[in-house]
Design a protein around this ligand. Structure first.
Ligand SMILES: [Zn+2]
Length: 455
């Protein structure tokens, strides 16, 4: 049968989505019944099969790439379009523990009060289904899809995508597209949709100090070296009380936000009071608020202690000099900062301040990535959101979190949007999505595809 004329049939596509919402939800539930916990290598093959089947069901040519680690599934649909749209998703999830904090079993998804509950609903199986179903609505209404479609769905995102760099390197031909939609996104606490144009980079290090072969009696603290103090002093040297990071050259490569970025974030309300209330804190670091808080949120690299371990920490007292001390630190990096360079600067800093005995025992990291705020695809997402959700989407220059976006950045500009909301509890018990967000999320993907006709 002849495909219908371009651009005339979105009403039918939208009605199809309305009429088949429940069937689409069944797909979310079906995928979320798999306990695809990457950290435990659970249900990987079964979920990969199910995802491949889902992509195939809308006519995508699929390949299951057997790589070291969980397979990557790719999907390709050549619609003869001049543009190509890519989706990046992941089919693995975080562990569901502690199970007793769930109101319903994490891998037996159920719908309550307009929400779909289950591990993976918001991160990121609900998104996978919403994207596939947007395509299905075009196909089932015999409507022309004006762009070519690519999917990359990996199974190790929740354990830092250790095998994705090799996959990207070996499949460079597949990596190119005109625009892409990244795995996650949500509406804010007031229901306004949010898009993220980037992710911060990361340098994670473990610092270790060992001053003796065994713990000593603390009576000898007058003459024995202290690993615990060495570590604390080294940590103290990294950061001033006002929060500024004291590593030489740490900020050298940080670029200020552009005028366009500043204009975009002017419109964004970070809901300071609600965050403070949620976390039970009196104020942000150094009393940050307003524009300064926003500036830090989007463009400040960080130096953070994730944990310190040394000596005796159980009940009562133990008079001891710990032989060893270790700390785990993460540095969130902004665009233009290179994790290898920061690692070198950290080592240099420690040596310069007399802490050559503080070892960087291991490290991992990757750079930040961002799509420019004035990229034409950002405009397409903005227009589409008004059509699907009836309001202007908030555009965040970057998300304060990190992810493997840098692997895609040089091939395809990505925008991160999705079907989660402020109360979705990603990674936590009672993870869920709003049925309404899922419903409108399918429509938004369909409208983005439609908006790409004229690009
Ligand atoms: Zn996650």
């Amino acid at each position: 049968m002849q495909k219908k004329r371009l651009g005339l049939d979105m009403k039918e596509v939208m009605s199809y989505i309305d009429e088949h919402l429940n069937t689409a939800i069944e797909d979310v539930i079906r995928l979320c019944r798999f306990a695809t916990v990457a950290a435990k290598k659970q249900d990987i093959v079964e979920t990969a099969d199910a995802v491949e089947g889902l992509l195939e069901s809308v006519g995508l040519e699929t390949v299951v790439h057997e790589i070291q680690g969980s397979p990557v599934i790719t999907g390709w649909m050549d619609n003869g379009g001049s543009r190509t749209l890519m989706f990046y998703d992941h089919y693995d999830v975080q562990p569901a523990e502690p199970f007793d904090l769930w109101d319903s079993p994490p891998f037996e998804p159920e719908i309550r009060n307009g929400r779909i509950y289950g591990r993976g609903t918001c991160d990121n199986k609900g998104d996978i289904v919403s994207r596939v179903w947007a395509l299905k609505a075009f196909l089932e209404t015999n409507t022309d899809i004006p762009v070519n479609i690519k999917f990359i769905v990996e199974g190790e995102e929740e354990i830092s995508s250790p095998n994705l760099p090799a996959f990207v390197e070996n499949n460079e031909d597949f990596m190119h597209a005109d625009a892409g939609i990244w795995e996650f996104g949500a509406s804010d606490v007031t229901g306004i949709q949010e898009a993220w144009l980037g992710l911060k980079g990361l340098l994670y290090v473990q610092l270790e100090v060992e001053k003796m072969n065994l713990d000593g009696h603390s009576g000898y603290a007058c003459i024995f070296p202290s690993a615990a103090y060495r570590l604390v002093w080294a940590l103290d040297s990294l950061k001033a009380v006002d929060g500024s990071i004291k590593i030489d050259g740490f900020h050298t490569d940080v670029k200020p936000l552009s005028e366009a970025d500043k204009k975009a974030i002017e419109k964004i309300d970070l809901h300071e009071d609600r965050i403070k209330e949620f976390y039970g804190m009196n104020e942000f670091m150094n009393g940050l608020t307003g524009d300064a808080l926003k500036e830090a949120f989007y463009n400040a690299p960080t130096c953070n202690i994730c944990g310190i371990k040394t000596g005796y920490q159980d009940e009562g007292s133990k008079t001891v000099i710990p032989a060893r001390a270790l700390a785990k630190l993460d540095f969130r990096l902004v665009v233009n900062q290179d994790p290898d360079d920061i690692l070198k600067k950290l080592r240099k800093h420690l040596d310069k301040h007399g802490f050559s005995d503080v070892k960087i025992a291991w490290h991992e990291g990757y750079p930040a990535a961002r799509t420019p705020i004035d990229h034409p695809f950002v405009e397409i997402v903005k227009r589409a959101n008004v059509r699907s959700h009836g309001h202007a989407i908030h555009i965040h220059p970057t998300n304060p979190g990190s992810g493997p976006l840098y692997l895609f950045d040089r091939y395809v500009p990505m925008v991160s949007i999705g079907v989660a909301d402020f109360y979705s509890r990603a990674h936590a018990p009672n993870e869920s999505i709003l049925v309404e967000n899922f419903h409108l999320g399918m429509k938004r993907i369909a409208v983005i595809i439609d908006e790409m006709r004229n690009w």
